[in-house]
Design a protein around this ligand. Structure first.
Ligand code: PEP
Ligand code: MN
Length: 338
């Protein structure tokens, strides 16, 4: 349920509501709005009588039940968009950050070269997989900690913050040491133990939608992170599995306005894993900016033909540079910047 405090309600009243709610068994999440404080209470279902108790407390304006299975990610709890800050790169505001880099970290030279190039082209962050969740156990699984060290080195050289995938709760501490943002891949959206562990950290989480995840399931999965206290969640649409085989996945572009209507969390687009082919990455990126996405994550490789994973969907540095130019004009047309 949501407890809406009166405008100007005293700090002590807020504290008393939290104390009472926690005694009942709720977890209280305080949201400081521009005008008033709102307290999201989660964890206890069907407590209508408790709603009455809290509704009568000093400083409380009203108590509203949350109608959706997702709560803390919902616009019902917080109407203002959330801005997630990753080392000064802001997701959810006027600027649209572009994250770029290789699918996998292959070597120091490949990663640093790519990082320098994407930075010069205007990317705000570097991506690169050190733990690769591959469909086949025989495919390249990533360089693990060695790959993380290379990413940290690339950050040192370029100053670009780094996002990388974490596939298992047991690697969260290790990835935390090297990365600035965690990525949860499409295959791990239902790895609730992983989501819970990430919720206990203080670094942003880029949560990818699964290939057959509904928007309701997507938002409900984000609750596993939010309810542990980590409010820095960025959602990412990366294409769904459909009957179509001309693309690797079908980009659900409508997820952007739908999620914006239902949630205050930033929503970004991964055109690379949706397209599966480099030719379509540009058009999908342009559509993403035009429709209001809060960021892009694009695979770029210095030599896509030689890439150890996802070469077919990777842009060359030159293609990426050209794309960034067109994206800037589209952003301008929709009142944003890149
Ligand atoms: C990736 O980012 O390289 C990746 C594996 O993405 P997804 O989880 O969306 O397939
Ligand atoms: Mn990839």
């Amino acid at each position: 349920m949501i407890v809406v405090m009166k405008i100007g309600a005293a700090q002590e009243s807020v504290a008393r509501v939290i104390e009472t709610a926690e005694e009942i068994g709720f977890n209280a999440h305080v949201i400081e709005g521009k005008e008033r404080v709102v307290i999201g209470l989660v964890g206890v279902d069907g407590q209508r009588d408790k709603m009455t108790v809290i509704g009568e407390m000093l400083g409380v304006d009203k108590v509203i039940p949350i109608s959706k299975p997702y709560k803390l990610s919902s616009r019902e709890v917080k109407d203002e968009p959330t801005i997630v800050d990753c080392c000064g790169v802001l997701f959810g505001g006027e600027n649209i950050p572009v994250i770029a880099g290789p699918c996998s970290v292959e070597s120091e030279e490949q990663t640093i070269k790519t990082a320098e190039f994407v930075k010069a082209a205007g990317a705000s962050m570097l991506r690169g997989g050190a733990f690769k969740p591959r469909t086949s156990p025989y495919a390249f699984q990533g360089l693990a900690e060695e790959g993380l060290k290379i990413l940290a080195k690339a950050r040192e050289v370029t100053g670009l913050p780094v996002v990388t995938e974490v596939t298992n709760p047991k690697y969260v501490d290790m990835v935390y040491k090297y990365a600035d943002m965690f990525q949860v891949g499409a295959r791990n959206i239902q790895n609730f133990a992983l989501l819970t562990e990430l919720g206990k950290t203080d670094k942003p989480v880029l949560l990818k939608r699964g290939m057959s995840t509904t928007i309701e399931e997507f938002l409900t999965a984000s609750e596993y992170i939010l309810c542990e206290g980590n409010k820095n969640v960025i959602l990412c649409e990366r294409g769904l599995r459909t009957f179509e085989t001309a693309t690797r996945n079908t980009l659900d572009i409508s997820a952007v306005p739908v999620i914006k209507a239902k949630s205050h969390l930033p929503i970004m687009i991964d055109p690379s894993h949706a397209a599966g082919h480099w030719q379509y990455v540009g058009p999908l990126s342009k559509a993403a900016v035009a429709i209001g996405a809060d960021g892009l994550i694009i695979e770029v490789h210095p030599n896509p033909e030689k890439a150890w994973s996802d070469g077919a969907q990777s842009l060359t540095p030159t293609q990426f540079l050209e794309l960034m130019g067109s994206l800037r004009s589209i952003a301008l047309a929709v009142g944003r910047t890149i």
